[in-house]
Each structure stands twice: as C-alpha cells, then as structure tokens.
Ligand binder design. Structure first.
Ligand SMILES: C=C(O[C@@H]1C=C(C(=O)O)C=C[C@H]1O)C(=O)O
Length: 361
C-alpha cells in the first residue's frame, strides 16, 4: 500500500509547499494594507471586505470542497492577516468558553488575542478606552428574546456595531463519568431549561443544580464524581472534560445573535447585503399623539427600507417614555437611508445611528 501512497503524497507535499508560499505572499499584502490603515486611521477589521472575500472564494469554488470548509479555512487566513496588520484584542462577555467566547472565535479565528470581561457595560468601556479593539456581546436569542442590558448601553455610547454573528446554540452532556453514573447535573438555568425534555427522559433521577455560567458548571462537574454539566463543546475542550452526549438541546434551531462593537464604522458590503441599527426617541409624542409610532415608521416604509426588528425600552428618564431600537435593511450611506433619517430628525428628538454591518456573518 505504501508504494501506492508515496507518489500521491509527494504531489500533496508539492501543493502544500505552494500553499505556504502563497499564504505568506497573501499575508505580506495584508501587512501593506495594515500600513495604509494605520497611517490613515482606518479600522483594521473590515467586516464588509471579509464578507466580500468569503463570497468571492465560494463563487470560485467548483471542486469537491464544501463552501463551509472553505469559509472555515478563510476564517483562519483572515485571522492571521488581522493579527499581522496589528496585534488585535477582542473582548467578549465572559467567563471563558461560554457561547459569546465561541461566537467571538467563529468571527475572529485563532490568531487574535481574546479577553474575557464580566459585564456588558465593562465591554463598552474597554473598547471606548482602547483597552480592547473590538467587543463581542450577545444581543438576542431566538427563544429567550433580547438582552436588555446590551440595548440599554447603546444609549450613552458612541461605539458602532461593525458586524453581527449568528451562533446556533447546542448543548452537550459533559462529564468524566458515563451517563448511567450521573446523579447531579450542573448548568445555568437557561441551559437546563433548553434541555429539560432530554434530561427528563435520560436522567430522570438526577438532581439539577444552578451554576453561574455553563463554563463554571463544567469546572464544578470536573472534580465531582457522579456529576455532569450541560454546556457548549468549547467549555468541554477548554476545561478538558469529555463530552458524553452531543446535542442534547430540545430544539435544534436555538440561535443567538451577537454584535461586534468597534470605534469606527464598517463600510458598505453593497448589493443589499447591509443592515443598519438605530435608536429613536419620539419624546412626548409617543404618549400624546395617536399614530406617532406609525408616523415614525413611515419615512422608512415609503422608501422601501425593510424593517426587520423594533423593540422598545424604557428611557429611564421619565415614566412611560421609550427608546425604540430599530433594525432595517441597507447601509447608513445609502441615499434613501439618508433621506429617511433626515425626515425622521425633523420630528424625533433623537435619531442615533448605532452602525451598519453585513447581513450574513
Ligand atoms: C487585509 C485586510 O484586512 C483584514 C483582513 C482581510 C483579509 O485577510 O482578506 C480582510 C479584511 C480585514 O478584516 C483588508 O482590509 O483588506
């Protein structure tokens, strides 16, 4: 067999050598781009360009490699490029090995530096003060709804949303012991709730115990005989505890949406591939004028700007006064968007642009 493999492996070696040469050539060009960005004050991470690169390489793909594999490979190539342009620190809502950490890695790859930060407010501050280049925060979950603390922090902050990440949340049963030995299961209440049916069916006698985070649950279960944790697979890898059962969540389409925050806005991905988020206040009109909310939406609707989300939060300034968080299709620099905003600012006391970013992560 070895005789048959040797000549093919020689060919693979020759291709790998060429790969490495080309990767280094590509990285050197990224280094040149980094110099231009540093001298002009541009953002190192460019979500709209990464979106275009991923789309281009997938459109060139006519071989057996799956687009998903190509995207994963390019994720790491671009991660190396970012790190070469500038040592880049990504802060995320901790602790380590939680879903937000997994989302950050999905977006930024293995070559950048990561820092776990305990609260969403501190993540905003870290980027504002330049202690981190970008922050990754959870914004909403398909079953639990919005993360209110995340929305509220946008009111005072000038940071921009530069990208979004969608992560399918899957849970595993993680333990040093096999499932039949498990008498106690630790996890965060939400994760236990998302696996309730599975746990009832497979571990009906196990005691379910609340932990501050899924990652901490793995840490606790690691050192306790007969204990397991419900957490993501990153937590199992991180704490070096084996996964006993994969995908134990009751619903398979449980997805969390995250935002990447930076100091400088992202450019346009074009071709209807952008989304924009705003914060709008109607002031006293909301309570005193019938149809005020409808009036707020008309400048968008009349220009064919599609509204995908609207959420209200108390302003905390006066009772029954609200801010509206709005997600729409298009980029801030689109002409129809500019016109809609201009019209909105004629009657809304506050129209704040929170960022424009590519639709697909
Ligand atoms: C090289 C660049 O910088 C980063 C790296 C990219 C890449 O490796 O293709 C793309 C966008 C940026 O996040 C660039 O902006 O073109």
């Amino acid at each position: 067999m070895d005789d048959a493999l040797a000549p093919i492996r020689q060919k693979i070696d020759a291709i790998d050598r060429e790969f490495v040469r080309l990767l280094n050539e590509r990285l050197e060009l990224a280094g040149e781009i980094g110099k231009v960005k540093r001298s002009s004050g541009g953002s190192i991470y460019a979500s709209e360009r990464e979106d275009a690169v991923l789309r281009k390489v997938c459109s060139w793909n006519d071989g057996p490699i799956k687009d998903e594999a190509l995207r994963a490979i390019y994720r790491e190539i671009m991660s190396a490029a970012i790190a070469l342009e500038k040592a880049t620190k990504i802060a995320y809502l901790g602790p380590e090995a939680t879903n937000t950490h997994a989302a950050a890695i999905k977006k930024f790859g293995a070559s950048v530096d990561y820092e776990s930060i305990a609260t969403i407010a501190d993540l905003f501050t870290a980027v504002e003060k330049g202690e981190a280049d970008y922050a990754v925060i959870p914004i909403e979950n398909s079953t639990e709804g919005s993360v209110r603390e995340a929305l509220d922090n946008f009111v005072e902050s000038d940071l921009k949303i530069v990208a979004q990440i969608y992560l399918e949340i899957s849970h595993a049963l993680i333990s040093n012991d096999s499932p039949e030995k498990i008498t106690k299961v630790y996890s965060k209440d939400q994760a236990l709730a998302q696996c309730r049916n599975w746990l009832q069916r497979h571990l009906p006698h196990a005691q379910l115990v609340d932990a501050p985070s899924t990652s901490r649950a793995v840490e606790i279960a690691k050192n306790e005989p007969g204990a397991a944790a419900v957490a993501g697979e990153l937590a199992a890898q991180f704490h070096e505890v084996p996964v006993q059962v994969h995908n134990i969540q009751d619903k398979s389409d449980n997805t969390t949406r995250f935002f990447v925050l930076g100091k400088k806005p992202a450019g346009s991905a074009g071709d209807g591939r952008d989304m924009t988020s705003f914060l709008i206040s109607l002031g006293d009109q909301a309570a005193s004028h019938s149809g005020a909310l409808l009036k707020m939406l008309m400048p968008l609707a009349e220009r064919g700007i599609n509204l995908s989300k609207i959420e209200s939060r108390p302003s905390k300034k006066r009772p029954w006064d609200y801010y509206f968080f709005v997600d729409v299709s298009g980029h801030y620099t689109d002409l129809n968007m500019k016109a809609a905003l201009k019209e909105l600012s004629t009657f809304c006391p506050m129209v704040k642009w929170l960022g424009s970013y590519p639709v697909v992560s």
